[in-house]
Design a protein around this ligand. Structure first.
Ligand SMILES: C[S@@+](CC[C@H](N)C(=O)[O-])C[C@H]1O[C@@H](n2cnc3c(N)ncnc32)[C@H](O)[C@@H]1O
Length: 310
């Protein structure tokens, strides 16, 4: 199980919609095992550039084994993208950005990372284990209402209140230290379902919270239209409905004409000066049935893509 290789999801579709120009500048915001990054490099010519990000030091170690002068790896969150784009002098020059959200298989299946409800390990779930609060710290110190709220809103868990109540009762006797301890508490409350493990929703919610995943995507989306060049492409793969809703809303919002209230004393010229950026070619793509069979993890993937209009 340890060091399980990550199978890249929607690889060909992501590359197709990035529509890579030989001498273009690209960003992969989620390097992971490097599946998408390596393929982008294959499509780039000698003058092309790829800047990849990951917050996980283990992913960075994989990236450091790529010796290619066109490739640069940055250890940071993609929410800091503007700062890095400015530092690297690629601000407003970027031809395309890819995000492949969620954890990698290397994170999920390494017991030491504490992400999995199936494999026992220390309860952690941090994508960067050197920073922030671990799931263990959070579950043993947060108040009952906060735990219930997170499980309900980020995991859509029907039994959120009951689970939070039991967590607090148990931790008053002994701290909850491992993934199996937490998973066992949840399994005693949530009825068994043939298709989904009872702890799946709660573990998803805690992971999203610990890594501030919704904050990350929202902050990224606030910046992305400003850092791309005038025809830049956005390709985002997400794996759960809460995240997908945020991306969908963003794309729809930015593809529509600005609604200026009737009678407002503003000329068309002034509207153009506001520099409100728009996007077009919005598409939603799912993995093929064949990919879903070969890689069951891809079943919940949705790729959304769009292009900036000059
Ligand atoms: C699904 S994996 C990417 C897999 C990759 N596309 C491949 O084919 O190998 C997601 C990766 O993004 C990283 N990641 C997730 N959120 C991040 C964020 N906000 N900033 C930087 N890296 C992030 C995770 O650490 C993980 O390594």
């Amino acid at each position: 199980m340890k060091n399980q290789k990550h199978i890249t999801v929607l690889l060909h579709e992501a590359i197709k919609y990035l529509n890579i120009k030989k001498n273009g500048i690209y960003i992969d915001g989620t390097f992971g095992g490097g599946g998408h990054s390596l393929n982008i490099l294959k499509h780039l010519g000698k003058q092309g550039k790829l800047y990849s990000f990951d917050q996980d030091p283990y992913a960075i170690n994989i990236a450091k084994k790529i010796f290619d002068s066109r490739f640069h790896i940055i250890q940071d969150k993609f929410s800091n993208i503007t700062m890095h784009a400015k530092n690297m002098n690629i601000y407003k020059k970027i031809d395309g950005i890819l995000l492949d959200l969620g954890p990698s298989s290397m994170q999920l299946f390494n017991p030491q990372r504490g992400f999995s409800f199936r494999i026992n390990g220390p309860l952690d779930m941090r994508m960067n284990p050197c920073h922030g609060t671990s799931a263990k710290q959070w579950i043993n110190t947060s108040n009952q209402n906060t735990i219930a709220y997170i499980l309900k809103t980020l995991g859509e868990e029907k039994y959120a209140k009951k689970i939070a109540n039991k967590i607090v009762k148990i931790r008053n006797i002994k701290p909850i230290n491992t993934t199996q301890e937490l998973s066992a508490i949840i399994q005693n409350i949530v009825p068994y379902n043939k298709y989904k493990h009872p702890a799946r929703r709660s573990f998803q919610a805690i992971r999203i919270f610990i890594n501030q995943e919704l904050y990350e995507i929202k902050t990224f989306l606030q910046q992305v239209l400003n850092i791309l060049n005038s025809h830049g492409k956005i390709v985002i793969i997400s794996f759960h409905s809460i995240e997908d809703r945020i991306i969908k809303k963003f794309m729809i919002q930015h593809s529509q004409n600005v609604n200026i209230p009737y009678n407002l004393p503003i000329t068309e010229n002034k509207i153009n000066q506001l520099n409100i950026k728009k996007i077009k070619n919005i598409k939603r793509i799912f993995p093929s049935p064949q990919e879903m069979i070969q890689n069951p993890r891809s079943r919940s993937a949705i790729l959304r893509t769009a292009q900036l209009i000059e």
